[in-house]
Design a protein around this ligand. Structure first.
Ligand SMILES: Cc1cc2nc3c(=O)[nH]c(=O)nc-3n(C[C@H](O)[C@H](O)[C@H](O)COP(=O)(O)OP(=O)(O)OC[C@H]3O[C@@H](n4cnc5c(N)ncnc54)[C@H](O)[C@@H]3O)c2cc1C
Length: 387
């Protein structure tokens, strides 16, 4: 009988979570949004921690091109970019928009933009945010109450539980926090608008080094991003159904060869990518109570392709909302929601009428899959191409 009882006891204890510390604020995700929030909180003396399931900027499929607004936000929060990073960065001179019928139109970036490899950007921000970043710590559940939140975390196979007064959830496009916090919103607006893609990498020729691009395909209709990075030329192909990206790739290859000096037939690597398009379709979620959503988790994927700027700026205002509300014991949600609205309005007015940036990404008002969008796009191209 003895060994049986011992076995049952062992199983029970291995399932039990270890309850760890209480924090003023737990930040979920060490992307630009989470690390900007961490920086603001650390300046105000908050006891905070960043939980990151992989590593800062780790496996993220992203061109790392930082807009002028993003650069000034980085400098304001973290100081000037170290010289050695500027050497690693790719200088982007412009955006090349390609269609089979109209050919290519180049929009110059003025001033040129820097594209930083995401793992380098992530490491730099994590080292300066002055908050402990726990790598390999995945948040699997979030139970939110007024000023008391419990988080289940799996860290190196072990389940832990943390608690905090506030949470800033910056866990990216597929946000677990959004699903847990607002299940109906997530089911209706978030999950149907998650767009899976395959990010392919090819050899990069010197001629295409300073260019980012969008390829528009007609049959089937799709917009594909092209961006140079430290490891090659990337092509991000939407993948609605299993394997359909291969058909799109076949269509795209001749355009890549002609307009991005690409020679290879086969990609040398590939990884999955995901885009949360809910914000592009007008659905945002600032969070609830003492849990604030920031960056792509809130829907802030800028249709102009400046997602890093949107993430940094929303992370900063989420951090400030928590700091401003903590002393008053006021729930920061409404306060943050107002500021987020102002941020979105400022993005829209800054971009209105602007011909720069990834103006033509899917989900933007010029979505190629909409007939009106396509006509407007053609008109824009003709205007840009001149007489
Ligand atoms: C192919 C592609 C190219 C792009 N190129 C550009 C570009 O050139 N310039 C630009 O400005 N934007 C670009 N974007 C958009 C940009 O990548 C995003 O807008 C930006 O990264 C959003 O930042 P974030 O901090 O909100 O989320 P993320 O950068 O996605 O960070 C979220 C973090 O949370 C972590 N995480 C997720 N779930 C959990 C969990 N449960 N527990 C713990 N941690 C978790 C993730 O590992 C990740 O590190 C691109 C996007 C794509 C798909």
């Amino acid at each position: 009988m003895g060994p049986v009882i011992l076995l049952i006891f062992r199983q029970e204890s291995s399932r039990r979570c270890r309850v760890l510390e209480h924090y003023d604020c737990v930040i979920i995700g060490a992307g630009p949004a989470g690390l900007a929030a961490a920086r603001v909180l650390s300046e105000s003396g908050f006891k905070a921690v960043v939980l990151e399931r992989s590593e800062p900027g780790g496996g993220k499929a992203c061109g790392g091109a930082v807009s002028a607004g993003g650069m000034s936000c980085l400098e304001r929060l973290f100081g000037p970019l170290p010289g050695e990073f500027a050497e690693e960065a790719i200088r982007l001179e412009g955006l090349r928009i390609v269609t089979r019928r109209e050919g290519a139109v180049d929009l110059a970036y003025s001033p040129p933009r820097l594209a930083l490899p995401r793992h380098i950007l992530g490491r730099w921000l994590a080292s300066l945010c002055a908050v402990r970043v726990k790598e390999g710590a995945e948040v699997t559940d979030l139970l939110a109450e007024r000023f008391f939140n419990r988080l289940k975390v799996v860290e190196r196979g072990e389940e832990l539980e943390l608690s905090s007064t506030f949470v800033i959830a910056a866990d990216g496009g597929a946000s677990t926090s959004l699903r847990r916090l607002r299940p109906e919103f997530s089911r209706i607006y978030h999950q149907p608008n998650l767009q899976a893609a395959v990010d392919l990498v090819f050899d990069l020729r010197e001629e295409a080094r300073g260019l980012r691009g969008v390829l528009f395909l007609e049959r089937p209709r799709a917009a594909l991003r092209v961006y140079p990075s430290f490891d090659g030329l990337h092509l991000t192909v939407p993948s609605r159904r299993e394997g359909d990206w291969e058909t799109l790739l076949e269509e795209a290859l001749p355009l890549l060869r002609r307009h991005f000096a690409m020679e290879a037939e086969e990609p040398k690597g590939r990884r999955p990518a995901l885009t949360n398009r809910m914000g592009m379709l007008g659905h945002f979620s600032p969070g609830l109570g003492s849990v604030l959503l920031a960056g792509e988790a809130a829907g802030l994927l800028d249709a102009w392709g400046d997602g890093i700027e949107a993430a940094l700026r929303s992370g900063e205002i989420a951090g400030r909302a928590v700091v401003d509300c903590a002393g008053e014991r006021v729930l920061p949600y409404r306060y943050y929601a107002e500021r987020l609205k102002e941020l979105r309005a400022s993005f829209e007015s800054e971009r209105r009428g602007q011909a720069q940036g990834d103006l033509l990404l899917q989900g933007s008002p010029l979505d190629v899959r909409k007939a009106g969008g396509r006509r407007r796009y053609r008109r824009l191209l003709r205007r840009l191409a001149g007489p």
